[in-house]
Design a protein around this ligand. Structure first.
Ligand SMILES: Cc1cc2nc3c(=O)[nH]c(=O)nc-3n(C[C@H](O)[C@H](O)[C@H](O)COP(=O)(O)O)c2cc1C
Length: 187
């Protein structure tokens, strides 16, 4: 059954606890392809995605371990496995880079466009029963991470984006009332 756009917007939740089932690379690539219909100024399509799925996952985990758990050698195997769960339970990865234009207006437009792109990804994945989470861990600007993604000087890494299957739907966090963020134009 296909989901209406409205249902996808209202029902989608960020998934923080995945169940460990891998998401097929083809499914990820299909979603990333369809999401390209996101609005973006000047058709610059300022995003670039590095996918880690299937046979690449162990290498992704190794990289994330080194970046996120600096003294992992000192941990017991069990403690390390526990700390790594937030990475290993995800079913696939997309590392997202955006062009950083030297012009302020274009730079803002490009980040906004990349955000539109990623929301398309989230909604398209949700429609397929695949959960996602846009994550911004502290190591996004780490030179070792940038090097692994072959990030160019004009590119900024904006997300460690996780895909995955899940067993429990998280509760929606309360949103503001319409009247708390919308007012009518007054002269
Ligand atoms: C730009 C951005 C950065 C985010 N970074 C993180 C993050 O680092 N870690 C995390 O757990 N969730 C992150 N999230 C997910 C939000 O926390 C999540 O959207 C929020 O909990 C609202 O839940 P919902 O998406 O289920 O409505 C991020 C979302 C956005 C849009």
């Amino acid at each position: 059954m296909t989901l209406s756009v409205r249902d996808a917007v209202l029902q989608r939740r960020s998934i923080k606890l995945f169940n460990g089932q891998q998401v097929e690379k083809e499914a990820v690539l299909g979603i990333l392809d369809e999401a390209k219909w996101a609005p973006n100024h000047g058709n610059r399509q300022p995003w670039r995605i590095v996918v880690g799925a299937g046979e690449q996952l162990p290498k992704v985990h190794e990289l994330l371990k080194n970046l996120a758990i600096p003294k992992w050698e000192e941990l017991s195997e069990e403690a390390l496995a526990t700390q790594m769960k937030k990475f290993t339970l995800a079913g696939a990865y997309a590392f997202v880079l955006v062009t950083e234009d030297v012009r302020q207006k274009e730079r803002l437009e490009d980040y906004a466009a990349a955000s539109c792109y990623l929301q398309n990804v989230q909604l398209l994945a949700w429609e397929k029963g695949i959960g996602t989470c846009w994550k911004t861990p502290g190591f996004l600007d780490n030179p070792k991470f940038r090097e692994a993604l072959k990030a160019q000087p004009h590119e900024r890494v904006i997300s460690m984006f996780q895909f995955g299957y899940f067993d429990e739907l998280p509760k929606a966090r309360v949103r503001k009332e319409l009247t708390d963020f919308v007012t009518e134009f007054e002269i």
